[in-house]
Design a protein around this ligand. Sequence first.
Ligand code: FMN
Length: 221
Amino acid sequence: MTEAMRDRLRRISVFADVGPVDFKESELPENPVPRVAEWILAAHAAGQPEPHAMSLCTVNAEGIPSSRVLLVKDIDTDRLFFATPADSRKGIEIASNPHVAAHFYWPVTGRQVRITGTASGLDRDASERDFAERGRGSRLSAHLHRPGPLPDRHTAYGEFERLDALYPDQVPCPPSWTLYAITPTEVEFWEASTDRVHHRVRYRRDADTARGAWRRELLWP
Ligand SMILES: Cc1cc2nc3c(=O)[nH]c(=O)nc-3n(C[C@H](O)[C@H](O)[C@H](O)COP(=O)(O)O)c2cc1C
């Protein structure tokens, strides 16, 4: 008789190697956004694969959410950037409702970050600069984005080969390719502790200004 799934799941250890949280309230920054960048780099240094991958949740016109993983392309003092076609599902949803939620989880460091904010597309120049920095394979594959279903895998390979021959040197930026910025209005940091007294701190600022001072509070684990 096979072991029940619930037993198999319950035996998987969690936070086995993270150690106790090294937390000092006096060291919390005023602005949480650069701290997100620091936690990505710390996860990378600790060996986390794709530490810059985040889930992004958007909401459609009927209020139904959907999420997917994206790579963060840059972070400045106020914003996180990602790139995707504007006519993708997420792009269409952002156009009808700019409110988004983003989330990182780094198992090797036992940390997560939860972000709420708004997303908006940047101008053509910024989007084309992002596109130019992509490798050739991902520039070609950006041209494979089409609405609707793919009849079979063979069709996609054929189209990739056609694009490869069509653009032997420069691959033009598809008109829909867009660099987006997320401007957070809420950022919550969570850090696992082996003593189970996990650490949470939440930063918030007014959604209408999104420029004012951040308010910070510790939360119960
Ligand atoms: C690790 C990882 C990184 C990804 N990075 C991107 C990305 O930067 N941009 C993108 O458009 N899709 C990226 N994808 C694919 C998306 O998750 C998603 O499948 C695709 O963008 C279609 O999403 P949509 O139909 O919700 O618009 C990535 C997937 C994974 C697993």
